[in-house]
Design a protein. Structure first.
Length: 93
């Protein structure tokens, strides 16, 4: 399964961060160049990563450990933060 690296920038602070998805299905949830509130980005990434993990289980019979780590990382983002924005700078591939 093609791996996707999601590089984002926290608007305001300028801090950048990268996330890993084991599947290109993440493209269905976030788009390069789009800005999302932190809460919306968190929701979209969790939905996308959970779908990606299900696809890995369907194909290989076990979950992706790296995806589980990314889910925990995304879950640390505040779920009710609607003022701050995150911009998706890059989705590779």
């Amino acid at each position: 399964m093609p791996v996707v690296i999601v590089r984002v920038e926290h608007l305001g602070s300028g801090a950048s961060e990268s996330f890993y998805s084991p599947s290109t299905c993440i493209h269905d949830f976030i788009k390069k160049g789009e800005s999302y509130t932190v809460a919306d980005f968190r929701k979209r990434m969790l939905e996308g990563l959970k779908k990606a993990n299900r696809l890995v289980v369907d194909k290989y019979g076990y979950a992706c450990f790296g995806c589980d780590i990314e889910i925990m990382k995304v879950e640390k983002l505040p779920e009710n933060e609607n003022k701050s924005q995150i911009k998706v700078m890059e989705l590779k591939p």
